[in-house]
Design a protein around this ligand. Structure first.
Ligand SMILES: Nc1nc2c(c(=O)[nH]1)N[C@H]1C(S)=C(S)[C@@H](COP(=O)(O)O)O[C@H]1N2
Ligand SMILES: [Mo]
Length: 198
């Protein structure tokens, strides 16, 4: 299983195909807008709320019982670092959305700690987004979003909310935390959509 987007193919030995303005680094910087919330697996839940108000909740055990995938590829932070050939394990949002009756066009993703980010529902479907809980064969550390974060690798990495706890579906697009502060509403790295107006 691989994430189907340009630059997300897991090639190791060739010169990387980087989006405009991204520069290679070899570390994995931690970027968080506030303190790292500590969320026990026992307390962790993920809730999808439909535009009609219907709630579907998964516990940690529920999540582990679902079929998982191992997406891999490149990620791109808006502050210009990419990380190439990353490996993750988690559950496709397609699997979760199978349980949800919705025709909504937009989602706001919410995290423990209060972070939010918005994206079109179509960017969460068709093998483009996962709830991931393992990174490079280890449990996801709290700094990088453990126990569970969103992975939406075809958009800048601020859309990949750490410590994710749910998403709300709506017919209206509501900007999230960084989008309200001037980050681009959509955030396609290949079109260099870093900030409002790009
Ligand atoms: N909850 C939450 N998720 C977040 C952020 C944040 O501040 N809070 N920062 C985003 C940004 S800007 C980036 S680049 C990545 C960084 O992930 P990392 O700390 O695992 O490198 O997380 C994204 N998800
Ligand atoms: Mo970022």
């Amino acid at each position: 299983m691989s994430i189907v987007t340009r630059g997300f193919r897991g090639r190791r030995d060739v010169a990387p195909d980087l989006p405009p303005g991204q520069y290679l680094t070899h570390d994995f910087p931690v970027l968080s807008a506030g303190p790292t919330p500590r969320v026990d697996h026992d307390r962790w839940q993920f809730t999808i709320t439909s535009e009609a108000g219907a709630r579907h909740t998964w516990t940690w055990r529920d999540l582990l019982a679902l079929p998982n995938e191992q997406p891999h590829g490149d990620i791109h932070c808006v502050t210009k670092w990419p990380k190439l050939n990353t490996h993750w394990k988690g559950v496709s949002l397609d699997v979760l959305f199978d349980a949800v009756d919705t025709g909504a066009d937009y989602a706001v993703v919410r995290s423990y700690g209060g972070y939010t980010t918005n994206l079109p529902v179509e960017d969460l479907l068709d093998g483009q987004a996962w709830l991931v809980y393992r990174y490079e064969d280890d449990d996801l550390t709290p700094e990088h979003g453990g126990p569970v974060r969103l992975l939406v690798a075809h958009l800048y990495f601020w859309k990949s909310a750490k410590w994710v706890k749910g998403l709300e579906l709506s017919d209206n697009d509501e900007p999230g935390f960084r989008e309200t502060l001037g980050y681009h509403n959509y955030g396609d790295p290949w079109r260099e959509q870093r900030y409002t107006g790009d």
